[in-house]
Design a protein around this ligand. Structure first.
Ligand code: TXA
Ligand code: MG
Length: 329
């Protein structure tokens, strides 16, 4: 990968080069810089969670509305307990699923050091412990909480490769740690444990897995809550949107459309990308954002999307597709 003016890209896979890249990235965060790094879900845009000025720059780089709170990433549950109050359900979910693609929204501790700007003034805080080796190495080297929204311009689909990050943020951030594509491909599942346990955002950890550990069902936020006073403010109807129009549940593509297929695709003359020819939801999640970006970049005006089942990771995939298809503000 080449070096772009203003944004350095450092290989961070394995070996001494990776160690040096991680040290450079940690120093950059300490100095208030912005570092994009891979997680198992999507690439995040990291800043020192306790550095108000860095966070202000992060919002500016993303073009994100400042009322949208950020997820604090930490290395382990002990570090998470220094930020938030853990009840029995939180302990259970952390033990079962961290490190991994689960974000918990918890009551913030009074002495929580995370900058108020990063939390948009809320009394709760979203926390996750990522499992990706490079994310873990960076958190370890940095030694404190790192806030990281997905490393895309606000409203765009989340990046799952360093190239996606560059396409959105080149020249606007300091550094990208390149460790190839993300394995999960959709963002973390967000569960709020302030009041009755609620699924705020379906994501890389299926709802069924969480409910099995809790022993009861998660609530869904009322739609009015999501639209007016969003519990997870990033869950606006039109989010994760490509430039192209998106037509859902397309069983037959029309002339002039591009086709985003799942499973057996019909014969078709136009552009076709298949989320998973063998109909596997895990593979489909990993391909979702890169295929949407690729069809968009190829100039498709309408992307027809074949039906995707709703079970397991299908809930998150269908959620992102519905947002991609929603009318843009
Ligand atoms: O997989 C992920 O979660 C990725 C990687 C980088 O970790 N991050 C990510 O962050 O998706 P972001 O900022 O794109 O989405 C975070 C979501 C937003 O919808 C935000 O509104 C919500 O989390 N959120 C953050 N803090 C919250 C809080 N205290 N209460 C409710 N929702 C919160
Ligand atoms: Mg995002």
């Amino acid at each position: 990968m080449t070096v772009e003016p203003g944004t350095r890209v450092l290989k961070a896979s394995t070996g001494p080069d990776a160690t040096e890249a991680i040290a450079t990235a940690a120093a950059c965060l300490k100095a208030g810089g912005l570092v994009a790094f891979p997680t198992e879900t999507v690439y995040g845009l990291g800043a020192d969670a306790c550095h108000g000025e860095a966070i202000a720059r992060l919002y500016a780089a993303k073009g994100r509305p400042a009322f949208n709170p950020l997820i604090a990433h930490v290395g382990d549950v002990a570090a998470a307990r220094r930020l938030a109050e853990f009840d029995a359900a939180a302990e259970k979910l952390a033990a079962a699923f961290w490190p991994g693609p689960l974000t918990l929204v918890l009551p913030k501790r009074l002495d929580c050091p995370v900058a108020a700007l990063a939390l948009a003034g809320l009394d709760s805080i979203a926390i996750r412990v990522p499992s990706h080796r490079t994310a873990r190495a960076l958190l370890d080297a940095f030694g404190g909480p790192v806030v990281a929204p997905s490393a895309n311009r606000s409203g765009h689909v989340s990046p799952t490769t360093p190239a996606h990050v560059l396409a959105d943020l080149r020249g606007r951030i300091d550094l990208i740690l390149d460790d190839g594509p993300c394995a999960v491909g959709v963002e973390s599942t967000i569960v709020a444990l302030v009041g009755a346990p609620t699924l705020l955002r379906p994501g890389g950890l299926p709802r069924e897995d969480i409910e099995r550990v809790l022993g009861y069902a998660l609530l869904n936020p009322a739609p009015s809550e999501v639209e007016d006073a969003p519990l997870a403010p990033g869950m606006l109807a039109s989010h994760y949107a490509p430039t192209a129009r998106v037509r859902l549940d397309a069983t037959a593509p029309r002339e002039g459309e591009a086709l985003l297929a799942f499973g057996d695709a019909p014969a078709f003359d136009g552009m076709v990308l298949n989320l998973s020819p063998r109909g596997d939801l895990i593979e489909a999640a990993a391909n979702l954002f890169s295929h949407l970006r690729a069809l968009d970049a190829a100039g498709a005006t309408t992307i027809a999307v074949m039906p995707v089942p709703h079970d397991g990771l299908g809930e998150a995939i269908n959620d992102r597709l519905a947002r991609a298809a929603a009318p843009k503000p």
